[in-house]
Design a protein around this ligand. Sequence first.
Ligand code: HEM
Length: 528
Amino acid sequence: MWLWTVGFALVAYVTYKLTSLSRLPPGPKGLPILGNALDIPLNGLFLKLDAWKQDHGEIYALNAAGQKILVLTTAKAAADVLDRISGSCSDRPKFIMMGEYMTGGLMVSTLSHGDRWRRMRRIVHEGFNIRAAEAYYSMQEEEAGRLVRVLLEQPRVELGVVRQRAAASIIWRALYDAPSLFQSQQVEERVNHMNEILDALLSSAMPLAYMVELIPALRYVPTSLAKWKQYGERFFKDTDEFFENLYKEGKESKGDGSKAKGFAASTEEACKEFGVSQQEAAWTAGTLFGAGAETTVGAVHFFCLAMLLHPEAMKTAQKQIDEVCGKNPPTFKDRERLPYLQALLRETMRWRPSVPASIPHVACEDFHYKEWVIPKGTMCIGNIWSINRDPEFFPEPEKFRPERYLDEKGQLRPSLPGYHDDILAYGHGRRICPGRDFANNTVYVEMAYLLWAFDIEKAKDANGKDIVPNDMDFSDKGLTVYVHLRILLYRVVLTSCPGTRRNSQQCSSPGRKTCLNSCPLSDGRAEK
Ligand code: HEM
């Protein structure tokens, strides 16, 4: 009898598995064995996923040489799967080289959904939730002021480079309570080293970078025979030392009473409460820099692009800023009275999300969605680019229209029904970006200061004609994208000194210095 029972259970299990496998939604046809692997591009994946949406709709499946991938392309499908059954699909893909050898399983963004990830994520939440993020307001205003000053003082400076430094400086100071990158050579060197670490990690995650990803058994090759293992272990040791030193210094910094402590110092109690070791906390901080710098730069970059292509939106925002702030630079206190600027931020992040395809989630168990059964191990990608173009939520999605977020009185409309806010650029579910409030603050204050101080105009070619950037010529940095800087040529034209933008003449170089001495930015506020 028991033989029958076991046999029956086995048949039921195998049938269930087989039907599970065959119940993924249909998707583009692929080759035998390789499936769609050869059709999945290394660059511009989000555009390909969006193109497939035209034929396969809101949810479809791909097969990359055996790896099943579920693609979600509408706001509703992404919310149904990634938010509402988040517990079933909150793992991350496993990268042996990056996740294990190079980072010792300590990078919160790549960790599996488990105890360590949960504890590390708790301290990120403590340090960067919506309330905690307020503690950084004055530092963010200070850095935005510096961004404007550098652009004022060095008329030929490359805006992209300065912005990159400003965003790096903001997140660095928030993490380690260090001096501004604009003021400290040591911070600059450390930030450069941090960027080298991130580049190395990103390259290690590229397909075919390391054979061990394809043939996991290679991990059992003795270290003395495997150069890649030696490199990975050395990289981990050096990076671990670097992160822990930064963290220790940051922890010792207690702020000066008026400004916020950095993440390292302010989360000391939370680390004790949630059982997070010093090493785990140090790696969390290092990972946050990686997650928070490029992404924010990307968002402000696309804002500049939007201003070049939609000067009418720039003028409307400037008019409101002038009315509300006058001669003083905009602050966080003014934000509620600047609904158009807030709408501009939402529309920029919708129109050109700097992370256009979310980091893949992975199903930690089989789960059901509609008539489909999604097997454990399936990668689930919310294609943010497509989600942000869902016509049900965003009519005429290709149009850049900040007004879509405003009511007839020009005030912000309530958030999208069923969503915590209007910005869908931060991913979903349990893996949603934990730095989103801090990021929104950085982007807001940089946009506000840039618009308050400058007009952003297209550069001219040799014949004096406007150079119009191609807003679809993307350069892909793995997770973040930019419109190619080669063609994003713009100049920031100072039509007046800040605060009186409307009246003054364009400054000449020596006059600019004089102007700076009397402008509100040099009253000590920006250089505290
Ligand atoms: C405009 C700026 C930013 C954008 C567009 C952005 C976007 C995203 C997206 C799309 C994800 C993946 C979410 C998912 O898997 O569903 C993510 C994850 C993450 N972000 Fe952000 N982010 C930004 C800024 C920041 C900042 C400033 C921080 C840190 C203070 C941060 C920390 C993280 C971390 C740690 C994760 C991984 C979460 C996890 O795996 O549990 N991000 N972000």
